[in-house]
Write a new protein. Sequence first.
Length: 147
Amino acid sequence: MIYLVDTNVLLRFSRPEDPRYQISRNAVHTLEADGHQLQTTLQNFAEFWNVSTRPTERNGFGRTPVQTDDLLQDLEKAFSLLPDSADVYREWRRLVVKYDVSGVQVHDARLVAAMIVHNVTHILTFNATDFERYADEGIVAADPAAV
């Protein structure tokens, strides 16, 4: 089975001082040991860059672009990308209308669209409640602490 790895897991996976670092690492290693594929999207990597390079006083990690580039290269080796396409856009468009999505939640809808287009049913995320509305689309959110 393929799991989409959400940005919040990628961020914790790359930050040893984070309280959820080990939870992220354990979940990824457990899923891989069980034979699951772990993938992500271009959007997740862009969001990772955003938070990683954002100043700490603005709720970021305060890393430099050079530090973030090194970390992102490691993540790119660990997690392959689901391809982006016009089909993902069309599915995203359907979802935001169907579920009356607005504001920052449009980003989660885009992840769900990529999942649907690529027949991925599970997402590894610390924000499982953000994906509950998509349960009837076959989307299952797995909290890393429960893996």
